[in-house]
Write a protein that binds this ligand. Sequence first.
Ligand code: ADP
Ligand code: MG
Length: 239
Amino acid sequence: MVDDRDASAIVRLENVSHVYGSTGRGLRSRRDRSVTALRDVSVTVREGEVVGLRGPSGSGKSTILHAITGLLVPTEGSVELCGTDLAAVSGGERTRLRRRHVGIVFQRFHLLPSLSARANVALPLVQEGVPRSHRRERATTLLERVGLEDRVTHLPGELSGGERQRVAIARALSTDPDVLVADEPTGELDTETGTDVLELLTDIGRDRAVVVASHDNSTLAVADRVVTLRDGRVIEDGR
Ligand code: ADP
Ligand code: MG
């Protein structure tokens, strides 16, 4: 067996279970609204890998992505991000680790409508204290990287869905993360535009790591590995 503890592991989930709305008191009343979203999930994502998460709606894909970002601390098991156990550090430290190591791409882009493409891409760098001229330069380079060099000053409302998602990907890359997590990134796009966005994501994956969740099989054709979930459980992890 290959040793799982190799240095190239960017993300490692070990025996992760998560119950939403758990009172933590064990006893279940009739009004208990708790939902078990993940059951004993173990997944490792290494440098240079594009890993797809597949499964029907409600199978736990988004919960895994939230756990990788540290926005959610699962009720059981461990999530390591670049060697740090996210449950073992403070909330402030988790935020710092997320900003340093993770880029996030959402289904609905989440761009600020009043800011240009370039200003949207540069926004995470404001928090990092990067000087304005450097921010502009980096944002422009990233927009070139995603093929939008001639849309730099456009507002999100002036861009197509595919272009908006490219801006969102450029923004996710602004802080030079080790892993990009993308939750249904093609969910709002037509098939052809979605394919372009996925090719871009896999290109990017070669320099870092990408975890992409989708219920759509065509999305996952680009992945190096696909993890299949059913009811919060991994039922397959392979090529
Ligand atoms: P997917 O992304 O595969 O559609 P999710 O990870 O969003 O699945 O959800 C897994 C399960 O957890 C579902 O049954 C869902 O209803 C439940 N769930 C997700 N988020 C919450 C939440 N904030 N509170 C309670 N239950 C939730
Ligand atoms: Mg989801």
